[in-house]
Design a binder for this molecule. Sequence first.
Ligand code: PEP
Ligand code: MG
Length: 848
Amino acid sequence: MTNVGLVAVSHSEPLARAARDLALDMGKDAVIIAAGGTGEEGFGTNAELISSAIEKADSGAGVVVLVDLGSAVMSTEMALEFIDPDLAERTTVVPAPLVEGLVVAAVAAGAGADRESVAREAMGALASKLADIPYDDGRAVGTAQAETDDAGTDDTGSGQAGAGHAGAVPSGAGRTGEPAETGGKGQAGEPAGAVAGNDGAGHLSPNENALDDDRAWTSRRFVVDDPAGLHARPAAALVRAVSGFDAEVRVAHEKAGRGPNPANSMTSLISLGVQHGDEILVQATGPEAVKALDAVGHLADRGWVADGEPKPEVSTIPAHKRKPSSGMEIAVGPALVWRAKHRDDVHQTSLNQLDAFETARRAVREYLESLGENPLLALQFGLLDDPTYTGNIINRIDDGVPAGVAIRAATDSIVSTYEDLPTDYLRERADDVVELGALLAQALHGESLGGLAKAIEEFGTAPVVVLDSLTPALASEIDEGTVMGIVAATGSTTGHGALIAAAKGIPVIAGEPQAHEITHGVEVALEPRSGKLTINPTREQLRELLRASKEQQRVDAVAMAHAHEPAMYGDQQILVSANVAMIGDATAAARNGADGTGLVRTEVVFADYDDAPTIDEQVAAFTEIARTIGTDKPMTIRTWDVGADKPISFFAADAEDNPFLGVRGIRLMRRFPLALIDQFRAIIRVAQYAKIQVMVPMITTVAELRWAREKFNEAVQLEGRPDEIPEFGMMLETPAAAVQIREFKELVDFVSVGTNDLIQYMAAADRGNADVAELAADVVPLVITMIANAARELDSPVSVCGDLASSEEYVPLLLEAGVRQLSVRPGLVPRIKQAVRHASSRSDDLGD
Ligand code: PEP
Ligand code: MG
């Protein structure tokens, strides 16, 4: 015989367990699963926990779920969305009292009663208690449902505390002797003019007072912007907020026709059924009526969080700390808005401005050092001692300019130079300068630097951090796993801050002006794959996102479980390796089971060097990457691909009108042959203890490749013809090279396709220009045909290291085209390996 299962949902994990144990003591044969808490410390509910509890409780006869308060209901509704629809059909959520209901339901379920009977039992649980404790409120007390539906009346605040059972009635009950009906009647018959003049923001307007019975009620309206509405925690805060005043306060949910209910009773506040975005009418009477309403106003301004309390977990979104991941997941959480401080730093009174500046400079240096070693902070470190920047500041101070003004002027001057630069990459460096200026100004005024990490910690739950600009220092402050995601109003995903965050696996949306509309505490959902941001998602949108997110998590978990296994396509292993631009990428690649690295972007590795790195410095950097990924795994190092969107100061180049069509990659290296030879030498040295290949970018003609091969051979000679000579390859990223690929065959050991550039040159559509992105997408099939042609023409293996390889959608087509190695974003390795396996089984099905 299969019994109906029971689930106890509570904000408190120990409470759910204790209620279960108590009920099992009486209904021994019942199956009860406790679903309390969020899975982390603290109180709250978690839709995922509840859904798996329902799945566990069901043995075919269905499930009855009992919940405690407020958002537990919403989380349970969400949980029903997650589970199999048939199981959802045979699940009943009952508004019965948790403990009493669970006990009688356990007895009924244990005895084999059907679901309907178990639910009915639970609903009748209060009846026996009432029989034991007579409670005369002058009307029949039925179910909780009947009470909440009874608009205009109030059960808890009905003034019965003094009716003989004071000890048994919650202390928050209404004022003894004052019948609640007074307020109820007053509200019901209140003329529209009684609250005229109140605005939605809760500001008090003149002529607020309305006569209600024989008392004057002052009214204000407030919007409840807590994502879960006026649930337990905001209701408790409201009770506390008004409790200290000599005033009687009541609350109505006019739109729903509920209330007014006394504001000193949490349960009656919750029973108003106020949801996110609903307006409540708060009325007060008595000597301190206005003060009490001010206190409610203050609470509303704080997002319904009591003073001194951190923003609690109010979301139904699981509140776990994030695990390091691909940074591509949907992220939902309350917003922690971190705005850059705008300050008036002119009135610096220090007698010695130079000393004040030097002290500030030291403080900034210490702060940057405290963020750990990160090459992306190098620009700011460098600027601290830069003769142009700090020299400019010092000169101005010498001329009698206050230090704060001097910092601002020198910063503005550098920023204006950077902002005129032709590429996004360089323009984004202006953000770094602005941040350094702000840090110096802050330090000058004795303010402590940073603080984002602390704000995140104090926030209480993993937030979505919202800021104007995700600078490298701010990104460095954020520890992985402590935030759900980041939204930046400016910048792009190639910004240094975004790169640091991405390497930590944090979902980021950058360059989204909507970020300015986000207010503190508001729920924010971001979908990094599409770049879509939703502020204050509706419950329906949340459900949709949760469904999508749960599906993504499921797929990710399966992929991760097989991440360190080979990806087989038929009987061939497809190497799924990672593209690496910094050491964080290599760490992520190793964690995600990368089979190696198919592209080390050397120009990014050394982007922040002022001078060209020496051979030894290059050896050290490549060795670190190789050791992180594993020296037994193949690593393809690309020679300098400087120019276009990746200018580098130590390879001086002339300004160009069309830098993507200009002197970039191998074209630029022909001007710097010694630098290329040095790089080849460093690569050859590392090849003595790691599995290294080398490739050259932006090849258009055979002559270019022949020249590069000559430089490589010279490097081999200079290194004394060592035992291990790395395989030599080229990037296929210009249409000219693609159509004459056969001509390159004898000169290379392998070919790696740079689809980012090949697509942009095929479509004549700038890869960084969103307006022509569609055009670029349209030529993808042509590019795949080109790749198939190259694979046919060449005897050597073809790999793809452009972003097309990171797209699950295109993996089957690339494999069909003959590609045998994919080099992808580090976080996506597990998913792409799965895509290979799926493509393999599909081609098996087709009998290939
Ligand atoms: C490409 O062009 O696809 C490529 C991998 O090189 P990059 O993106 O560094 O230009
Ligand atoms: Mg390229």
